[in-house]
Design a protein around this ligand. Structure first.
Ligand SMILES: Nc1ncnc2c1ncn2[C@@H]1O[C@H](COP(=O)(O)OP(=O)(O)OP(=O)(O)O)[C@@H](O)[C@H]1O
Ligand SMILES: [Mg+2]
Length: 364
C-alpha cells in the first residue's frame, strides 16, 4: 500500500496543499509548529476517520478560513496491490464528515477502515508499555479494526451496550427493574465479546514470536520478551455462557459501584522481559524497546494478514531513541512506505527529504 499524493484544503495549517510522494522513506523535516505532525494527521484521519491527537473533527478545519468556506478537505490517491484508489474526506462547519472511496459515498466508518492501512509511532505511542491498559487495548483495537471490519463493528456495538449498562446501573439504582434490565444488556454484551476476544487472543499469540525476535535483536540477545492477553478467568471454548455467568456473579458489586467490572473494556496485555512485568518494573529503555518490538510486530502481522505493507507513520520518534535503536527501526521499516517527521535529519541514501515550512513542503 502506498500513498501517491495528498491534497489538502483548509486542513489544520494547510490552506491549499498538494504533493506527490514516493514509495520508501519520506522524511518531513522542519522547525517546530510548521505542520509536520498535521500532515501525518491528514493520513491518520483518512485511515481511521479521526485525529491522532484526539482533536475534535471540527477543530481540524483551518481556523483562518473564511466563515462561509469552513470546510476541510483531504484527498489521498493510493495504490494497493497495483490498483489505484482515491479517498476523499470532508469536514463541514458543524464537524460532520463525508467520505468517498473512488467517488462512492461511504456511510459507515467500518467501510472506510482498511482503505489505507497505517501503523503509527509517536511519542505518546512510545509510552504504550508503561501507561494504562487503555493504551494497550487501543493498540490491539486499532490494529485489528484495520484488518477486520467485523471486529470494529462488534467493538462499536459492545461500547454502546457498555455505556447503556453503566447508565442503567446509575439511573435505576433504586428500581426493581434493574436486575432484568441489566441482564438483557449483559446477555448481548457477552455475545458481542466472543469474536473480539478470539481475535485479540489470536493477535497476541501471532505477534508474540515476532515481537520476541525483534526484541532479541534490539537488545543484542539479552532480553526475552513475552506477551500474554489478560482477561477474565474463563473457558475460551465457551465464552458466551461463561461471561453471562460472570455478569451474574458481579451484579451486586456492579450495582454498588455503578459501573461494569467485567468485560473486554478491562482487559490488558501482560508484557514481560526475562519474566519481569515491565509495565511496572521495566526501565524506560526496556519499555521503549518493547514498544518498538510490538509495533514492528504489528507491521509484520499486517503484512501476513493482508498480503501487503501498511503505510508507516513515524512522528517525532527518532529523537527518543538511541543510535542503535534508531538504525534498527529504519532498517525494520524498510519495504514499507514511511512518513517520518523530525526537526533535523542527516542526508542518507535512499530517503526522500522534504522541507516543511508553514503550510508548504518542498523536496530537497
Ligand atoms: N485548526 C487549525 N488551523 C490552523 N492552524 C492550526 C489549527 N490547529 C492547530 N494549528 C497549528 O498547527 C501548529 C502545529 O502543527 P504541528 O503539530 O503539525 O507542528 P510540527 O511541525 O509537528 O511541530 P513539532 O516539531 O513541534 O512537533 C500549531 O502551531 C497550531 O497553532
Ligand atoms: Mg510534531
Amino acid at each position: 500500500m502506498i500513498i501517491e499524493s495528498i491534497t489538502l484544503e483548509n486542513f489544520l495549517t494547510y490552506k491549499k496543499f498538494n504533493s506527490t510522494f514516493e514509495n520508501g522513506i519520506n522524511v518531513l523535516v522542519g522547525e517546530n509548529a510548521v505542520g509536520k505532525t498535521n500532515l501525518l494527521d491528514s493520513i491518520y484521519f483518512a485511515a481511521l476517520c479521526r485525529s491522532s491527537r484526539g482533536i475534535k473533527d471540527k477543530e481540524l478545519i483551518n481556523w483562518e478560513t473564511d466563515k462561509e468556506l469552513k470546510y476541510a478537505r483531504i484527498r489521498l490517491k493510493t495504490k494497493s496491490k497495483g490498483i489505484s484508489h482515491t479517498i476523499d474526506l470532508s469536514i463541514d462547519p458543524y464537524g460532520k464528515k463525508r467520505v468517498l472511496i473512488d467517488s462512492n459515498s461511504i456511510t459507515r466508518i467500518a467501510d472506510l477502515l482498511g482503505a489505507i492501512g497505517i501503523v503509527f509511532f509517536s511519542p505518546t505511542e512510545m509510552r504504550l508499555v508503561k501507561e494504562s491498559p487503555v493504551d494497550r487495548r487501543r493498540f490491539m483495537d486499532i490494529a485489528l479494526s484495520q484488518q477486520d471490519r467485523k471486529y470494529y463493528r462488534d467493538l462499536v456495538d459492545y461500547n454502546k451496550l457498555l455505556a447503556q449498562r453503566n447508565k442503567v446501573l446509575k439511573d435505576y439504582s433504586a428500581s426493581s427493574e434493574i436486575d432484568s434490565l441489566s441482564e438483557m444488556i449483559t446477555d448481548q454484551m457477552s455475545e458481542k465479546q466472543e469474536y473480539i476476544l478470539k481475535k485479540r487472543y489470536e493477535f497476541i499469540s501471532k505477534i508474540e514470536p515476532i515481537a520476541k525476535e525483534k526484541h532479541l535483536y534490539l537488545t543484542s540477545g539479552k532480553e526475552v520478551l513475552g506477551l500474554k492477553y489478560e482477561t477474565e478467568d474463563i473457558d475460551m471454548q465457551n465464552i458466551v455462557a461463561e461471561l453471562k455467568k460472570k455478569y451474574k456473579e458481579s451484579l451486586q458489586k456492579d450495582k454498588k459501584l455503578q459501573y461494569t467490572t467485567v468485560g473486554i473494556h478491562r482487559d490488558d496485555i501482560l508484557i514481560r522481559v526475562n519474566d519481569i512485568d515491565i509495565r511496572k518494573f521495566g526501565s524506560q529503555g526496556q519499555q521503549r524497546s518493547a514498544v518498538l518490538s510490538l509495533k514492528i510486530a504489528e507491521i509484520e502481522r499486517y503484512k501476513n494478514v493482508l498480503g501487503e505493507t501498511p503505510v508507516v507513520l513515524l512522528d517525532d520518534v527518532l529523537s527518543e531513541l538511541d543510535e542503535t535503536r534508531r538504525e534498527a527501526l529504519i532498517k525494520l521499516v524498510e519495504g514499507c512506505q514511511t512518513f517520518l517527521t523530525c526537526t533535523d535529519f542527516e542526508k542518507k541514501d535512499n530517503v526522500n527529504i522534504y522541507r516543511v515550512t508553514k503550510g508548504e513542503i518542498k523536496r530537497v
